[in-house]
Design a protein around this ligand. Structure first.
Ligand SMILES: [Fe+2]
Ligand SMILES: [Fe+2]
Length: 438
């Protein structure tokens, strides 16, 4: 199932697994107040976390309690404090442990035996699931945000497209039609243009992007790097061919602002096959999501330019959100620590107004470097089906997320997202709309 990942990737996997098991233990402990059958899984998750703590000690790494606590908060934000509040809540929390066993178990130096035993014990507390009906259609709105001054220009942010997946292309087209009518004069796309890194998907993605009526830029995502069809890392070649630049980062100037495009997807194959969190199983084929975010030397050179004294204000775009990344899977789904630290340092120059990330398919202001927000932008294909707009003024900007306006497509897409996914991806009103001032 797994190729041979590098040791630093395995260590991060162990940190991630520790955070998930620790968070599960915390969540079960809270649940146990309402239902005592969760006392036992709270204990087993704690023992599973201890296994990963031993492994980390051997690797001279410490555990990250704030990440575990952040992860517990994330789980709670999806399923609630009361295990009965959200359909399938207990199954969801068990699936997180399925992920841990499947990805990290085989790399434990003490073997996966005890971990698997614990996990099987955990599952005994599960009640047979009753599949809930999809929650009803409910438009996602963003409260109006007043820009902090006269608007000099508007730009759009288009999240992951996943052209090649069932609704990828049609939803992208709907978002683009709306962006064309929005008054935006530039669009930045955040990577995962293709779903399986195939040549045909790149051809279609370029065609779709060319429907934008204004200048646009794209960055690479993990799904763009590896062609599952050819079983090779074809992304660099296809990206260069279809988007007219090598994926080594890119800097453009637009109306007195720098737009910094970082290609954060490492040029490596995921050590794992794709994994289905709903079924708790690996799927056929190559091209899983564990492709870390990392920045290459040319991109660090671009960032040095951005941080230089008297450089104009900059917006930064990349596929991977920054650390500490506390949703799922914690740590390994984000930009690696060293590069996140570098972005933080660049923000400390005072020249950066905002960082925008894709990859997570959700609305969330997930981090802050000084005052600079790191904003994850929801995508057209998945709930809540939309794109971001940014109104730029002299001393700041207003960000606002918009659901696509094509109601036929929305009504078709809505039943595919259950309550837990909606809780995950929708974001709060302040994730969907906020003002930032310098
Ligand atoms: Fe994606
Ligand atoms: Fe991604």
């Amino acid at each position: 199932m797994s190729r041979d990942p590098r040791q630093d990737v395995i260590t991060d996997l162990m940190r991630s697994a520790w955070a998930v098991e620790s968070a599960r233990s915390l969540v079960y402990r809270r649940w146990a107040a309402a239902d005592e059958r969760f006392e036992s899984p709270s204990r087993t998750a704690r023992e599973a976390a201890a296994i990963f703590e031993r492994e980390l000690n051997e690797r001279d790494r410490r555990t990250d309690l704030p990440i575990a606590e952040g992860h517990a908060e994330w789980i709670t934000s999806l399923v609630g404090d009361d295990p009965g509040a959200t359909p399938l809540a207990d199954w969801f929390v068990v699936r997180l442990a399925d992920w841990v066993v499947a990805h990290a178990g085989d790399f434990l130096s003490e073997g996966a035996g005890r971990l698997k035993e614990l996990h099987e014990t955990d599952k005994l507390t599960l009640k047979a699931p009753e599949m809930p009906a999809a929650p009803p259609y409910e438009a996602v709105t963003t409260p109006p945000v007043e820009p902090p001054g006269d608007v000099a220009f508007r730009f759009a942010i288009l999240g992951d497209l996943h052209v090649g997946s069932p609704a990828g292309e049609s939803m992208a087209r709907a978002a683009i039609a709306d962006i064309n009518a929005s008054g935006a004069d530039l669009t930045i796309q955040l990577g995962d243009l293709a779903d399986h890194g195939k040549r045909t998907e790149f051809v279609q993605a370029a065609k779709v992007m060319n429907e934008l009526a204004m200048p646009w830029e794209v960055v690479t995502g993990n799904h763009d790097m590896y062609s599952t069809e050819e079983e090779r890392l074809a992304g660099r070649e296809y990206f260069t061919e279809h988007f007219n630049r090598a994926p080594d980062g890119h800097l453009i100037e637009h109306k007195g602002h720098k737009f910094v495009l970082l290609d954060s997807a490492e040029e490596v194959a995921s050590p794992f096959a794709p994994y289905n969190l709903v079924t708790g199983q690996f799927m056929d084929g190559n091209g899983g999501a564990i492709v870390r975010g990392a920045l290459t030397t040319p991109q660090h050179e671009i960032l040095a330019e951005v941080a230089a004294p008297d450089s104009p204000p900059a917006f930064v775009f990349l596929h991977h959100p920054t650390q500490p990344f506390t949703s799922f899977p914690p740590i390994v789904f984000g930009l690696r620590d060293a590069d996140s630290g570098r972005l933080h340092a660049v923000c400390d120059s005072g020249n950066v107004s905002g960082i925008f990330a894709g990859h997570t398919h959700r609305n969330k202001v997930s981090g802050r470097f000084g005052t600079v927000p790191v904003t994850e932008v929801g995508i057209p294909r998945d709930y809540p089906f939309g794109y971001g707009l940014v109104d730029v003024a002299a001393n700041g900007y207003a960000y606002h997320f918009h659901q696509i306006s094509n109601e036929d497509l929305l009504h078709e897409a809505y039943p595919l997202s259950g309550q837990i996914h909606r809780n995950y991806a929708g974001g709060t009103a302040s994730d969907r709309g906020f003002i930032w001032t310098r």
